[in-house]
Design a binder for this molecule. Structure first.
Ligand code: GAL
Length: 657
């Protein structure tokens, strides 16, 4: 496992560089990421390039055997660029140009942005071509699928729509433009969704395409940069860094042509104590591993209290600097870079804390980081192990966009159900893959397919054959609701999943923030909220019924034998305990291995291979706790991560192993 840091030589005096590099070397830092925001120092005036300072920094690290990740600085073109091309900034929905002064203003579709980005990337990559210190390239910084409303984006969107549909008739049909007399009679009428009105007033089919277009635009920007980099620096891996933002590009498409995934990982500085809220941040890590189903990097890792965009938050509790990094490794990150080496003394982010405080006096967090570096050195063998999962959760970016466009009911949010299902699985000590709907499902015993909202026929077919062949599936509310254009299907829900579920929705009731009881056959009553599918079974058995409302007694959760497999349908958005219950039953049904009776907040992840098994046992609570792993009682201090090495055949999840 490689540990690194994010470093900003342009923000510090030169005499600090040497001291920092020495301390990094001594601490065990193996990688340093630099230059993602440094364009104004790399090209201070148009066409005048200065790499001397960066050469010096790269050289200092190289002399100490520390590799560097260089970034294309395209998130922050310098002010001289905007002075010359004032319209190369993003334009807001009301037509006003974004004001410069922060970062990420550039419109990725503007020809001047492309021209100037190309030149700086060509200069940089030519300059560093063949330099053995350069371990990887990062493209831009957190490129997001922002909506830009400039003329260039308008033209590009029109082209995008033309290419997708070919004729105006086809677009009108796909969007259902007849509603409110919105039919296009010329291509010029295909515009961006300008205006002040809430986007929910706009046509959902058109809006889904606009989200897809915004995602494609930034993905194109990233791929285009990757090509430029690879021309001069072949063989050096290329990535970009992402996070869970409001405007996520479709990660599955974005990383298809990049060499590895990198993720910016900012889990909570103090995980919630209440059991119900304790959804592990590992969901994000499992999703990142699932993007390419390969190891990934954390390009920015929590190092101190967060601040600057909001009032300052807590410092990570003792144990979490080390614990969270090892958790990332346990879930598939083979490289973790901490953001950032030292807290900035200048600029807007001076309250976003790094490993070392403003004082430059190394303190508690730094010493914990140093301890992490020591532990990382001992994990050599674990790097060559794999994370094998018997359970998977499916996600889709079309659904992510479509749910944002049309909020379903008060409190409903797309990722909530996948997270709760994940929590239920990790509560059983299981490894979980979070993967794209449509991926190959062979090798799993249990697949959770929550909210398969926008039809994906390929994914539906795979789920059918997975169940037919003996797999266990969990389906939930809001499945099979929309066709590929985001229009409602004219058939009982869950549409293309109806035969798989052996049940159909006779009526639904979006209950928003109200709650309804859900009664199981043993009399236990758990609660559902937000959404109620009132189910009529067609071969399925009823697992639980509603215990209130006008649909009291109607099926809320069902189970169906489909082929050799079993399919559960959860008809409401349950409290965590409801998922825990259904998932536990489904895991047993599937014959998957699990650990019963793990105390709340304890996460067990297993990496195995080469005759070895590494169990990462993480206490995400502020209380000392204990659990039994491979027959041994393990005591965990608050927020402690323990790594237990065993033979590959030793049972960890003793329930079926
Ligand atoms: C990340 C970003 C960093 C820094 C950090 C803290 O999202 O990539 O550059 O801004 O957040 O705010």
């Amino acid at each position: 496992m490689r540990i690194g840091v994010d470093y900003y030589p342009e923000q510090w005096d030169r005499d600090l560089w040497v001291r920092d590099a020495d301390l990094m070397k001594k601490t065990g830092v193996r990688l340093v990421r630099m230059a993602e925001f440094a364009w104004c120092r790399l090209e201070p005036r148009e066409g005048e390039f200065d790499f001397s300072w960066l050469d010096e920094a790269v050289g200092l690290f190289a002399d100490r055997d520390i590799g560097v990740v260089l970034c294309t600085p395209t998130s922050c073109p310098p002010l001289w660029f905007y002075e010359k091309y004032p319209d190369a900034v993003m334009t807001e929905q009301d037509g006003r140009r974004t004001r410069t002064g922060i970062r990420g203003h550039r419109c990725v579709n503007h020809p001047a942005t492309r021209r100037y980005c190309r030149r700086i990337i060509e200069e940089m990559t030519a300059h560093y071509a063949g330099n053995p210190a350069v371990a990887a390239w990062q493209i831009d910084n957190e490129p997001e699928a922002y909506f830009c409303f400039c003329d260039h984006c308008a033209e590009k969107f029109r082209e995008w729509v033309k290419k997708r549909y070919g004729s105006l008739g086809a677009v009108n049909r796909a969007y259902g433009n007849v509603v409110w007399s919105g039919e296009y009679s010329s291509w010029e009428q295909v515009r961006l969704p300008f205006g002040h009105y809430p986007s929910a007033w706009l046509n959902p089919a058109y809006m889904l395409d606009h989200s897809r277009f915004a995602s494609d635009s930034v993905i194109d920007f990233v791929r285009w940069q990757a090509d430029i980099i690879r021309e001069r620096c072949p063989g050096v891996p290329v990535t970009t860094n992402v996070w869970f933002s409001e405007h996520m590009p479709d990660f599955y498409r974005e990383f298809r042509d990049l060499d590895f995934i990198s993720y910016d990982n900012y889990p909570s500085a103090r995980p919630p104590e209440e059991d119900a809220a304790r959804v592990s941040h590992a969901f994000c890590l499992d999703m990142m591993r699932g993007v390419k189903r390969r190891p990934f990097w954390v390009m920015e890792q929590l190092s101190g209290g967060l601040g600057c965009w909001a009032p300052m938050g807590r410092m990570p509790e003792p144990g979490l600097i080390k614990g969270y990094s090892l958790q990332a490794f346990a879930h598939g990150a083979d490289t973790v870079l901490h953001f950032r080496w030292r807290t900035a003394n200048i600029g807007a982010e001076m309250h976003w804390h790094g490993l070392i405080d403003h004082s430059n006096v190394p303190g508690r967090r730094f010493f914990e980081f140093a301890d992490l570096c020591e532990t990382a050195k001992t994990l050599g063998e674990a790097v060559r192990t794999e994370i094998l999962s018997e359970a998977a959760i499916l996600l889709s970016f079309d659904s992510e966009y479509a749910f944002k466009i049309q909020p379903q009911t008060e409190g409903y949010s797309y990722l909530e159900q996948p997270r709760r299902l994940h929590r239920a699985l990790t509560g059983l000590g299981m490894n979980v893959d979070v993967i794209s709907a449509g991926e190959d499902l062979s090798g799993y015993r249990l697949v959770c397919a929550p909210e398969m909202y926008v039809a994906d026929r390929e994914a539906a077919e795979k789920l059918h054959s997975f169940a037919r062949d003996g797999g266990t599936v969990i389906l939930t509310v809001r499945s099979g609701v929309k066709d590929i254009h985001n229009n409602a299907v004219m058939e009982p829900l869950p549409g293309i999943y109806r035969d798989l579920a052996g049940t159909y929705v006779s009526e639904y009731c979006p209950i928003g923030r109200d709650r309804v009881g859900v009664r199981f056959s043993d009399g236990a009553v758990l609660s559902g909220e937000q959404w109620c599918d009132i189910l009529e079974t067609e071969g399925a058995e009823t697992v639980a019924v509603y215990d209130g409302e006008y649909f009291r007694g109607k099926a809320a959760v069902t189970r169906f034998r489909y082929g050799k497999g079993t399919v559960y349908y959860i008809g409401t958005v349950g409290e965590q305990a409801l998922y825990d219950r259904v998932v536990t039953e489904a895991v047993k049904e599937a014959g998957a291995a699990y650990i019963p009776g793990l105390p709340p907040g304890v996460e067990v992840t297993v990496r195995s291979g080469n005759g070895k098994k590494f169990c990462f046992v993480f206490n995400l609570s502020s209380r000392e706790t204990s659990c039994v792993i491979t027959g041994r009682r393990i005591i965990l201090a608050p927020y402690e991560m323990k790594i237990i090495r065993t033979g590959e055949k030793d049972p960890v999840r003793d329930c079926t192993e």
